[in-house]
Design a protein. Sequence first.
Length: 184
Amino acid sequence: MGTGCGFILTVGYELAEATSAAAAENPDVHFSIVDEVVDAPNVKPLVFDTAQASYLAGYLSAGVSETGKVGTFGGGNQPPVTLFMDGFVDGVAAYNQAHGTSVQALGWDAAAQDGTFTGDFEDVSKGQTTTQNLLDQGADVIMPVAGQVGEGAASAILAHGSGKLIWVDNDGYDTLPPSTARSC
């Protein structure tokens, strides 16, 4: 702020309060916040409906699953994460309805808004452990919504010797090992 910026971009719901306060104190500065809505005249929210992309990922996952079980987990139980997970299980349900199948989505109960979480977005070993648990339950396609923790999911799938990964946030298909089925 002290350097004379005319535009400031913030990212994530965790910065909503700080963005709102800074915008109120600096009405001549333009702000934008990604993945959150702040109601102020000088703040433009950029909100993406991540459930749409993950819906397609869930539908795809159900279609390519050979075990009839797919899984997801998050870094934390918070809206930017659970919206991905909601879309994923909704996509699985849509596939089941369209094809008369009964593919199970493990790791998230959309009705209860509760599921499997690692508790952070950085500890790769938690991604390995969580993914191994889902693989042990029979899931063969897994979508981690956990930032860097998801890299542990890729490692677990490679070590397991089978399974596919659905990546979020960026294009893991090009940057992660060949375990990645698609990115959303």
